[in-house]
Every structure is written in structure tokens, then in C-alpha cells.
Design a protein around this ligand. Structure first.
Ligand SMILES: NC(=O)c1ccc[n+]([C@@H]2O[C@H](COP(=O)([O-])OP(=O)(O)OC[C@H]3O[C@@H](n4cnc5c(N)ncnc54)[C@H](OP(=O)(O)O)[C@@H]3O)[C@@H](O)[C@H]2O)c1
Length: 229
């Protein structure tokens, strides 16, 4: 299962898993048209796919995910859905603060908790697409960085809870990555956006595949992927 599968990194992860492992992807997002396109591209890449359009920030999102989980269990849960509100502590609106908390932290927490029984059946793997902002909080990034720091804490606590059951937990920390989110960030900063300057979503996806396929008992706990300059 990949959240944010309709967007940059989640889409790239879904395609990489189809290409390398002929995976079955359960794709979550909101935009039905982009989800349908993703499913079609996953099939063309050698995988299979189903999709569900769900607003993960909304109350009641979790029960609507459960019918999409195979009764046989889940090999992987990749949290990529995210939103990046920017602004100083003084200027950030309550809506932006709430939106970041709900999607970037509350949703991964609740989705993971609800899917642990399915992950247990396959000794599955939970991967959190975190951010450089989950390691260092800079001016103007408080609402996002707070949630991403929390996401690292969630991953670390969860790993400590479930490792003994064979469930693996990994945090990936991408730097600026060439997606719609980065185009938004650059526009907010009033600076040009050139996708070739940034980490490519496919390269973050390769990090996800590496973490997923490293054989036990080794566990890739964290990966940082940053643009060189
Ligand atoms: N791009 C970067 O520079 C960068 C750097 C570090 C970390 N990250 C992290 O990487 C992850 C993926 O970001 P991205 O760059 O791929 O961004 P993106 O291209 O903007 O994609 C965001 C994804 O999140 C989904 N999403 C947004 N709001 C949602 C909601 N309320 N409910 C369900 N899904 C929702 C979007 O789906 P719909 O459009 O269908 O709603 C989309 O699939 C995020 O967690 C982000 O924080 C990104």
C-alpha cells in the first residue's frame, strides 16, 4: 500500500516496485484521475494495481481504507502522502498548522495502527517518507518540520515495538525533490524551479526498494537522499 501514490514520490515508488518486483500496488490518493493513470502505468511496468480515493486528513478516513486490505495481509506500507505549508510561526494559519499535523503525522500514525494486524501476517515493512525537515527545523518551516520530527519519533517508537515480531520500520529523509511539492516551495520562496537541480523522485524510490529488499536480519533504519549542492 502506497499513500500519496498519485503524486511525485509515491508515484515513483509504485512504479519502481512494479518494475523491480511485479508488485501489486494498492494506491491511495485523492485525485481519481491521477490514481487511474498510475494504475495503468503500474500495469504497463509489470505490476498490478488497485486504487482508492481517500482524504487521509479527514475524520473517518481509516475505516474506509480497511476494505482495500487483502485478507492475506500486507507486505509493505509506504507513507508518502504529505503537504508542505510554509510560513513563520507568527504568520502560519491555524488551518495550515492543523492540515500539516493531520496529513503528515496523524494520518501515518492512525493508518499504521489500523494496518498492523495485516502487516503482522506477512512480517511486513513500514516505510515513512520523511524529509530533511524531519532532521533539522529551519525558519519558515515550523508546521511542516514539527510534523516531520514527530514522524521520525513515530518510526523510532514503532520500530522498538514491532521489531521482535519481524515487522521492519524505515524512515527515508529526502532533500528537495523534483515534484509538484517542490514547485510549490520554490514559488513560495519566489525563486525559479528547475527540476533537474533536485533529487529525482525515482532516486528516492530506489532508496525505498533498497530498504524493502535488504534481507533480514539486516534492517535499513534510515536513508538520507539529498541533492549534492
Ligand atoms: N518534494 C520534496 O522536495 C520533498 C522533500 C522531502 C520530503 N518530501 C515528502 O515526500 C512525500 C511526497 O511528497 P511529493 O514531493 O511527492 O509531493 P506531491 O507531488 O505534492 O504529492 C503529494 C501526494 O500526497 C497526496 N495527498 C495530499 N493531500 C492528501 C490528503 N489530504 N489525503 C490523501 N492524500 C493526499 C497527493 O494526492 P492527491 O493530489 O491525489 O490528493 C499526492 O499523491 C511527502 O511526505 C513530502 O513531505 C518531499
Amino acid at each position: 500500500m502506497v499513500t500519496g501514490a498519485s503524486g511525485g514520490i509515491g508515484r515513483a515508488v509504485s512504479l519502481a516496485l512494479a518494475i523491480h518486483h511485479n508488485a501489486h500496488i494498492i494506491a491511495l490518493g485523492r485525485d481519481s484521475r491521477r490514481l487511474e493513470q498510475l494504475c495503468s502505468d503500474v500495469r504497463a511496468a509489470g505490476g498490478t494495481a488497485s486504487a482508492a480515493s481517500i482524504d487521509l486528513a479527514a475524520d473517518g478516513a481509516i475505516p474506509s481504507i480497511l476494505p482495500h486490505i487483502p485478507s492475506t495481509g500486507l507486505y509493505g506500507l509506504i507513507h508518502s502522502a504529505g503537504v508542505c505549508p510554509l510560513g513563520s510561526v507568527e504568520k502560519t494559519s491555524e488551518d495550515d498548522l492543523e492540515g500539516s499535523w493531520r496529513l503528515n503525522l496523524r494520518a501515518p500514525y492512525l493508518v499504521t495502527a489500523a494496518l498492523l494486524p495485516a502487516l503482522r501476517k506477512k512480517r511486513g515493512h513500514v516505510l515513512f517518507i520523511n524529509s530533511g525537515a524531519g532532521r533539522v527545523a529551519k525558519a519558515g518551516w515550523s508546521a511542516y518540520a514539527m510534523a516531520k520530527h514527530g514522524l521520525k519519533a513515530l518510526a523510532d517508537a514503532l520500530r522498538d515495538e514491532v521489531s521482535s515480531e519481524g515487522i521492519r520500520v524505515t524512515s527515508i529523509f529526502p532533500g528537495r525533490t523534483a515534484t509538484d511539492m517542490q514547485a510549490f516551495v520554490r514559488a513560495h520562496e519566489g525563486r525559479p524551479y528547475d527540476p533537474s537541480e533536485w533529487v529525482q523522485p525515482a532516486d528516492v524510490a530506489e532508496a525505498v526498494v533498497l530498504a524493502l529488499t535488504t534481507p533480514t536480519p539486516s534492517l535499513v533504519e534510515e536513508i538520507v537522499v539529498r541533492p549534492m549542492s
